[in-house]
Ligand binder design. Structure first.
Ligand code: ZN
Length: 141
């Protein structure tokens, strides 16, 4: 636990939350500042800042819970679709420095569309870097 971390305080029960799911490794709760009804955060119980330091096994559990909750929300919350996303680092607009996956239920015409502008990119050069890194033993897939 990191003393200054708001999510660690929620895990420790020092701050209230509306828990959706909890086990030894992960916790899911309703976002206190929801972008839509049912906006949920899934976090690891062990403090880690973001995708760069989260354990792969814990990340897998978060991914599986995302799928289960997406199905439940579709059946129970009368939603049309769902965004599942997370931000990693200040320039990616990560607001709380404790890994968290957002589940944001969406409805037709809710006008909460995420848009980004298209940029010109040299895909050939980019792929050379990415494919080489994936083949490297440092990041085995
Ligand atoms: Zn934390």
């Amino acid at each position: 636990m990191k003393d200054s971390c708001i999510f660690c305080k929620i895990i420790a029960g020092e701050l209230p939350s509306n828990k959706v799911y909890e086990d030894k490794a992960i916790l899911a709760f309703l976002d206190a500042n929801p972008a839509s009804e049912g906006h949920t955060l899934i976090i690891p119980k062990e403090h880690c800042e973001n995708i760069y330091d989260i354990e792969e096994e814990t990340l897998s559990k978060i991914a599986v819970l995302s799928k289960k909750l997406a199905n439940i929300y579709k059946e129970r919350l009368n939603i049309d679709n769902i965004n599942i996303l997370n931000s990693n680092g200040k320039y990616a607009q990560q607001d709380v420095p404790h890994y968290h996956m957002h589940l944001i239920p969406r409805k037709k015409d809710d006008k909460k569309l995420f848009k980004w502008g298209k940029q010109e990119v040299n895909h050939k050069k980019l792929l050379e870097k990415i494919v080489l890194e994936l083949a490297d033993k440092k990041y085995p897939v």
